[in-house]
Ligand binder design. Sequence first.
Ligand SMILES: NC(=O)c1ccc[n+]([C@@H]2O[C@H](COP(=O)([O-])OP(=O)(O)OC[C@H]3O[C@@H](n4cnc5c(N)ncnc54)[C@H](OP(=O)(O)O)[C@@H]3O)[C@@H](O)[C@H]2O)c1
Length: 324
Amino acid sequence: MKAIRFHNYGGPEVLRLDDIPRPVPGPGELLIKVHAATVNPVDWTVRQGHMQQFLPLKLPFVPGWDLSGVVETIGAGVGNDEVIASLPLAHNRNGTYAEYTIVTEGEMAAKPRTLDHLQASTIGVAGLTAWRALFETAQLAAGQKVLIHRAAGGVGTFAVQFAHWKGAYVLGTASTENQEFLRQLGVDQPIDYKKNRFEDVASDVDVVLDTFGGEVQERSWKTLRKGGILVSLVGPPAADQATRHGVRAVFHANSPSAMALAEIAKLIDSAGDCPCAIATGAMHSDRCWRRESYVQANSGVSCCYHRRRSFLKLCKILVTIDNR
Ligand SMILES: NC(=O)c1ccc[n+]([C@@H]2O[C@H](COP(=O)([O-])OP(=O)(O)OC[C@H]3O[C@@H](n4cnc5c(N)ncnc54)[C@H](OP(=O)(O)O)[C@@H]3O)[C@@H](O)[C@H]2O)c1
């Protein structure tokens, strides 16, 4: 089968399209034919070797942490179910940038009927992270106020819609260009970070979803009400700052959850007539790439970090690997 691998750490140019044996599922594992996978910030972070200490890899390695595809074999039987999946960050098998990959039942759920594979593949990392961070870690409830940083990004796009659906009052930050997009997603109070400092307009917030760390986290503390919670997706937040502001602070790391994936899929399929239909990042993508263009796709994502301005347009691109 074809698989995209890196043989050594580095930029997008280290990615190779290789022929490797199709994986064979062991007990409790399923072989999935991958129809689509997405590029997320974690892909380039791992590929560049920034996570070597925490996540030592056996190279060559097939990256990719989510998918939409079809169950090829279930143990001895044969299945044809359409599924979405999210792999654990640390695993000792190949990822989803391949024609076939292995998942376990705890990592997958039925694909939403109303989405195609490209759209559905965006759920595994971005959607699941947003869902679990808001509803499991922060316990966001109806009537609460939530500040979502990077609201126009992959995680943010889902987080805004989930929070809006829950009945929370949603504040979201994005550039001038994305203010209308935020309103369409369900942001009650869009904040243009190019024109305003968010801490000047956001106050008494119950939950901050911190997708930046650093200076953005530093400036976020004062937006929280006493007893509120900051959930960081980038690393353990500053505990001393949390104590000083009388708030809680937690690092949320995405991990697989068949139950949460199933809940998201159910919500997406039932959202047809809602004023704010739950949409996936893919629906707002400018482009998607076929498998042969994986270097270009990954270049897009790594640009995001180093050159913030190009980040703006490129980051809406989530879906990249289309094996059809
Ligand atoms: N802990 C975990 O398990 C986990 C899981 C997933 C992601 N993450 C982390 O969460 C973060 C977000 O990931 P993602 O995939 O959502 O990122 P992304 O899609 O790459 O984010 C891109 C978005 O960032 C926005 N942006 C850039 N500068 C901004 C600013 N100053 N203020 C507000 N928005 C700004 C851009 O909006 P504009 O174009 O409007 O500027 C763009 O839409 C990353 O750091 C990622 O590593 C962590």
